[in-house]
Ligand binder design. Structure first.
Ligand code: HEM
Ligand code: HEM
Length: 138
């Protein structure tokens, strides 16, 4: 039962690091400040973090099922989890698309970056609601 909280906390740390590498690209694309962008590193740790997010959500749901034979008992934590999975799927698809079809872009990188920023913000709230769930339910 500890796997899910520890796993998702690690994922959030990795996610912020991915964001940090992506931010450099944002500075180049949108602020006109030339910065080196570690494209391959960003793509590989970005993929790893989004796999971890989705897998972690599935483990949380599985743990809830084993314990309560129901989904959604954690209320807002569950709803945040569902939103996070949808954002992660879009973040993954948009990143993969830009990686496979490389060209100069402005709008899709912005949508991709904002999507993943919202994902990180919701995950920070998940951290709080997750700790609340631990105190209340475990
Ligand atoms: C937590 C996960 C991720 C975060 C926080 C993140 C964040 C960002 C940010 C902030 C940018 C800069 C956007 C801009 O220039 O306005 C960016 C660009 C980019 N990301 Fe990600 N990303 C993530 C995952 C991924 C994944 C999984 C892939 C590929 C499969 C990917 C591929 C790319 C590519 C190729 C660019 C450059 C696009 C371009 O400038 O044309 N990212 N990302
Ligand atoms: C950041 C992304 C996270 C996602 C997407 C996520 C997702 C989920 C989902 C879908 C469930 C099933 C809830 C239900 O059916 O009501 C769940 C359960 C749970 N989550 Fe999370 N969660 C995240 C982070 C965290 C964190 C950081 C913690 C704690 C520090 C946490 C603690 C819990 C607890 C205690 C449960 C109850 C079931 C169990 O013991 O595993 N979660 N989570």
């Amino acid at each position: 039962m500890w796997i899910h909280p520890l796993w998702q906390t690690a994922t959030i740390f990795l996610g912020w690091y991915v964001f940090y590498t992506g931010w450099k690209r944002f500075e180049t694309n949108s602020l006109g400040i030339q910065k080196p962008f570690q494209w391959k590193l960003h793509v590989s740790i970005g993929k790893a973090s989004l796999y971890m997010w989705i897998y972690g959500a599935a483990v949380g749901a599985a743990a809830a099922w084993v314990k309560w034979r129901a989904f959604g008992i954690t209320g807002i934590h569950f709803l945040l989890g569902a939103a996070i999975v949808i954002l992660a799927l879009f973040g993954y698809w948009s990143g993969l698309h830009m990686d496979v079809h490389k060209k100069r872009r402005k709008i899709l990188p912005l949508i991709h970056g904002s999507n993943n920023f919202v994902l990180l913000l919701l995950s920070m709230i998940s951290l709080v609601t997750g700790i609340e769930a631990m105190i209340r339910l475990l």
